[in-house]
Design a protein around this ligand. Structure first.
Ligand SMILES: Cc1cc2nc3c(=O)[nH]c(=O)nc-3n(C[C@H](O)[C@H](O)[C@H](O)COP(=O)(O)OP(=O)(O)OC[C@H]3O[C@@H](n4cnc5c(N)ncnc54)[C@H](O)[C@@H]3O)c2cc1C
Length: 387
């Protein structure tokens, strides 16, 4: 067992940290408040190879794994730039296409995802189904060589920035008559695909959308994989990378908040010559949050290591636990940091309260804390399924 990163991973971490700090939280918030995207940061990260670290080298990527992508997510977040689209495009879409796409799909999509010139977002959530994916109502119907998609999706991140959206739909299995899931790579400008932006209380340069699919016609090649049987494994292959990278983003955000608050409390003096951080009522909550973040980081490292070793089943448990732990730790860290900063904590200048919405959302999305507890109760504790 080792807790050390390899020297390449160390170098990657340092380089991503340096890039993130060059942009910083001020840049992230400025873009969010202007209704703009972090285009420059994304493009530079792509040029430097950080967006494609987990993509096979033959398609222009770095040939690493989710461990490397988690490092990228964590370090950018630790610099105050938690980029949600890292979770969607390189973690989910690139993994699904690399592992289950056809050779043509890999050649078409992976190089652009690797250098950051293309983004593919992910649409599974639906208004009626919510956390219950078995109730997905978006349907794909065969029409000659084409597929025709109808349905509605909600909270879909980054549709305005992406060339394609990976849509999870149902198809009918002709042998059983049962509806089974399939994934389609749909151009965001396809006829019949419309969107409306949701107003979210999150300071973020990335937006969420309602998506309407009305007779969206795509060719046979839009179906991920060689046949409909690829659907379920393709869908599941995206979930572990999603959980691990979103957890890494949470851990990075927690680190960022604790660092900002600790710098402040170590120097701010309101009771004579002693810093406010010398009062345990201030320092202990920060120390407690730091412990929670570090514990989450350990679980992220374990989950990423298992995933990169191809141990998918064990990753399911570790990835969910990492996501749970990091979601809770990030929310605790940001809230604690705001409190330790006092009034400054609520200012834009100190750059911590700007993260309250994002870390709160991290306890809901992409999988809620309750659904993880359901999973752990059932699969780890052997309890009867409750829903
Ligand atoms: C910022 C943000 C970005 C997002 N980006 C995307 C995206 O890019 N693509 C995408 O497809 N989706 C995205 N989502 C959607 C996200 O994955 C869902 O919000 C999440 O899965 C929860 O679904 P829901 O909102 O319908 O909640 P619901 O399913 O309605 O649940 C509401 C509450 O009830 C609880 N609950 C539900 N069922 C149970 C149960 N059986 N046991 C215990 N508790 C339960 C939930 O935990 C939750 O607290 C995003 C959401 C947010 C907030």
């Amino acid at each position: 067992m080792t807790f050390d990163l390899t020297s390449e991973q160390d170098q990657l971490r340092d380089a991503v940290r340096a890039l993130g700090r060059r942009y910083g939280h001020g840049y992230f918030v400025e873009k969010a408040k202007a209704g703009e995207h972090t285009t420059e940061l994304w493009a530079e990260a792509g040029r430097l190879g950080y967006l494609g670290v987990n993509i096979p080298t033959e398609y222009g990527g770095g040939g690493g794994g989710i461990t490397e992508l988690a490092i990228v997510c964590e370090e950018l977040a630790a610099a105050g730039c938690p980029l949600l689209l890292l979770v969607v495009s390189p973690a989910i879409a690139a993994t699904v296409i690399a592992r289950h796409g056809t050779e043509d799909q890999r050649k078409r999509h992976l190089p652009g995802l690797a250098d950051g010139s293309a983004k593919i977002v992910f649409a599974i959530t639906e208004p009626e189904a919510g956390s219950n994916f078995h109730r997905l109502g978006t349907v794909a119907r065969r029409d000659g060589d084409d597929w025709v998609l109808n349905g509605r999706k909600c909270y879909i991140s980054g549709v305005d920035e992406a060339g394609h959206v990976l849509v999870v739909a149902r198809t009918e299995d002709s042998s059983t008559g049962k509806l089974k899931p399939a994934l389609f790579i749909v151009p965001t400008d396809a006829a019949g695909l419309t969107r409306s932006k949701l107003d979210m209380e999150i300071v973020s340069p990335e937006n969420q959308f309602l998506l309407y699919l009305d007779d969206v016609r795509v060719p046979a090649e839009a179906l991920v994989g060689e046949s409909l049987d690829a659907g379920l494994p393709a869908l599941f292959s995206g979930l572990n990378p999603e959980r691990i990278t979103v957890a890494a983003m949470g851990a990075g955000t927690g680190r960022y908040a604790i660092e900002r608050a600790s710098e402040y409390t170590a120097t701010r003096k309101v009771w004579g010559g002693r810093s406010i951080g010398s009062h345990q009522g201030v320092s202990h909550p920060l120390a407690h949050a730091a412990v929670q973040v570090e514990l989450a980081r350990l679980m992220i490292q374990k989950a990423a290591t298992l995933y990169d070793a191809g141990r998918d089943l064990e990753t399911g448990v570790a990835g969910n636990m990492a996501k749970y732990a990091a979601g809770e730790a990030a929310a605790l860290a940001v809230d604690t940091a705001v409190q330790a900063l006092g009034g400054a904590g609520m200012t834009t200048e100190y750059g911590v309260a700007t993260l309250l919405g994002a870390v709160r959302a991290g306890r809901i999305a992409p999988v809620s804390r309750e659904m993880i507890l359901n999973f752990v109760a059932q699969h780890v504790l052997g309890q009867e399924k409750s829903y």
